[in-house]
Design a binder for this molecule. Sequence first.
Ligand SMILES: N[C@@H](CCC(=O)N[C@@H](CS)C(=O)NCC(=O)O)C(=O)O
Length: 224
Amino acid sequence: MSARTETVPEITAYRSVPEFARGRIKDIRVRWALEEIGQLYRTRLIGGIFGEKAPAYLADQPFGQVPVYKEGDLTLFETGSILIHIGEADERLLPRDAKGRGRAISWMIAALNSVEPMIQTLVVLTVKGQGTDWLAGAIEAAKPFAEERLSRLSQALGDRDWLEDHFSIGDIVMADVLRNASAELLAPHSNLTAYVARGKDRPAFQKAMAAHLADCTVGEPLPA
Ligand SMILES: N[C@@H](CCC(=O)N[C@@H](CS)C(=O)NCC(=O)O)C(=O)O
């Protein structure tokens, strides 16, 4: 059942993203949700991931991050809040009943709050610590936390396709979070590897990724 909006929503994305971060920016989660329900959207491209943000942008997103979502006079920031809003218009993303809705939101927050920080810590250490003498020790200290979370998540998922009976915004965020984990971290959990592959196989994900990649290289110099 769908209650898509007549107002075409607008999301922000970067027009230039360094190569290592392409395909990993959080506008993808919002694009993915919108593609799942066939909701058209517009993209407003802002400068690069690094550097100053205009005061007007900071008024919409206090941390200067992407994405911002606008629909009529509604302006939202934080992908979690944006996905709840999108899900509220379509039960394919967020069940209507209190139990199903609560479980989907719980999983989405678990992805953002309990799983992503552990994985992101490893990503940041790996990027920032390249060539340093502290990288190996820092990874050794941080990795067990990520391993423990993935182990628990793997147990909870079991042999189901999605985190609950049906695909939801919880799966969009969890699959996207796991997509950014190293193959080494996921390797002990074949069900999580298959879960990420199922997410990436969805046509909505593929459309979202293609649109993201096209947008985030708009600011690149043209090849000679
Ligand atoms: N918690 C925010 C995080 C958004 C975020 O991390 N955006 C990144 C790109 S993936 C960004 O714009 N980073 C630039 C910055 O933090 O200054 C959300 O979920 O919307």
